[in-house]
Design a protein around this ligand. Structure first.
Ligand code: CA
Ligand code: CA
Length: 186
């Protein structure tokens, strides 16, 4: 014959709830660990992947939109810290190979000419692209004057500086160089 006081019943109920919670948490933890383990151990069959990562030393592309936050310049006072920059891909010299323009926030923009076989040449300086100290937030190629050569339009947004926020339009000479043709206030 067993007898339980109200205190004993309350203790058993509480202990039972703790056990259930513990088992529930343990179950969630095991599920998480097994699901992570499954993903990490899944072998990658490179023959079935759509893309192959090209090492910068092979492609020649070393651009990185690196951001450095300071007490004066950070994501709390400048929304551009979380909006990123931009990339444009187009054939600027009409050789059938797509070329790449990277716009940079705190780093300078870079223009790469496609030399074939996934090798690119940095032609930023020789093409006449400015080393601007203002934030570039986007870029696109478009033949704005209809001469058959892709021109470059770059969006700028410098926090609190309207003059540095003027967008830039570069006109393609068709001879490997660009002329800064317009500063456009928006
Ligand atoms: Ca090209
Ligand atoms: Ca053009």
């Amino acid at each position: 014959m067993f007898s339980f006081s109200v205190k004993d019943v309350a203790f058993i109920a509480l202990d039972s709830m703790k056990t259930k919670w513990s088992l529930g948490l343990l179950g969630c933890l095991l599920l998480f660990l097994f699901s992570c383990d499954k993903t990490e151990q899944k072998p990658i069959d490179e023959a079935k992947t759509l893309f192959t990562l090209v090492d910068p030393k092979d492609s020649g592309i070393h651009f990185s939109n690196t951001l450095k936050e300071t007490a004066k310049e950070n994501h709390l006072v400048n929304e551009n810290f979380v909006t990123g920059a931009g990339v444009a891909i187009g054939d600027i010299n009409n050789d059938g190979l797509p070329d790449i323009y990277f716009s940079g926030n705190q780093v300078h923009d870079k223009l790469y000419l496609n030399k074939g076989d996934m090798l690119f040449e940095d032609v930023t300086d020789t093409a006449g692209i400015l080393k601007s100290d203002s934030w570039s937030t986007g870029v696109t190629f478009a033949d704005v004057n209809g001469d058959g050569f892709q021109d470059i339009y770059i969006c700028k947004n410098e926090q609190g500086n309207r003059d540095k926020s003027a967008n830039l339009l570069y006109i393609n000479s068709g001879k490997g160089t660009f002329h800064k043709w317009l500063r456009i206030m928006v």
